[in-house]
Every structure is written in C-alpha cells, then in structure tokens.
Design a protein. Structure first.
Length: 95
C-alpha cells in the first residue's frame, strides 16, 4: 500500500506569523523561503509570499513589490540569506 506523502505534491503556503512589510522595514531578517503566486487583488500581477525569520520568530509577508519579486526570482537560489528591506521612494528593495 502506498503512503500518501510518497506521491502527493505539497500545495500550500509557507508557514509563519503574518506580518506587514512596514513592521520589518530597516530590520535585518533571514529570508527562509519564497513563493511567487498570482495576485488575488490585481489580475495578471504577481504576489510574493516571503518567509523570513526575525527575533527568533518565523514569519511571512505578502507583497506585490515588483523589485522584491525580481530579486527573489534572480537570487532565490541563494536562500537562506540575511537582508534588510528598505523603502526607497515608492518601492521596496533588499539591501
């Protein structure tokens, strides 16, 4: 008999306490994972689900930031990594 976990694909979100991006601006975080999904708010747009650790707590946030999405697509293979999310004018970026 087969074990479900041997053949099933895991479909779901990343674990963690939901945080707003404004709560972690300019704080060092450890990025643990990411997932790029279709936006529920804007048809045809992408949404970044970012899993990170801060203050010994596993957290997630959701953002439509094109810059953060591009950076995760480009550097996602380097996860885990330490970073700070900064707001520059009207956009967010890792630094």
């Amino acid at each position: 008999m087969h074990q479900f976990s041997d053949f099933a694909e895991v479909r779901g979100g990343l674990d963690g306490r939901k945080r707003r991006i404004e709560e972690i601006l300019n704080k060092e975080i450890v990025v643990r994972g990411h997932k790029i999904i279709p936006s529920k708010r804007n048809d045809g747009e992408k949404c970044l689900q970012l899993q990170f650790e801060t203050d010994d707590e596993l957290c997630i946030l959701f953002t439509g930031s094109a810059v953060l999405i591009d950076q995760c697509e480009k550097y996602g293979g380097k996860i885990p990594f330490r970073a700070t999310i900064k707001k520059i004018d009207k956009y967010f970026t890792f630094s």
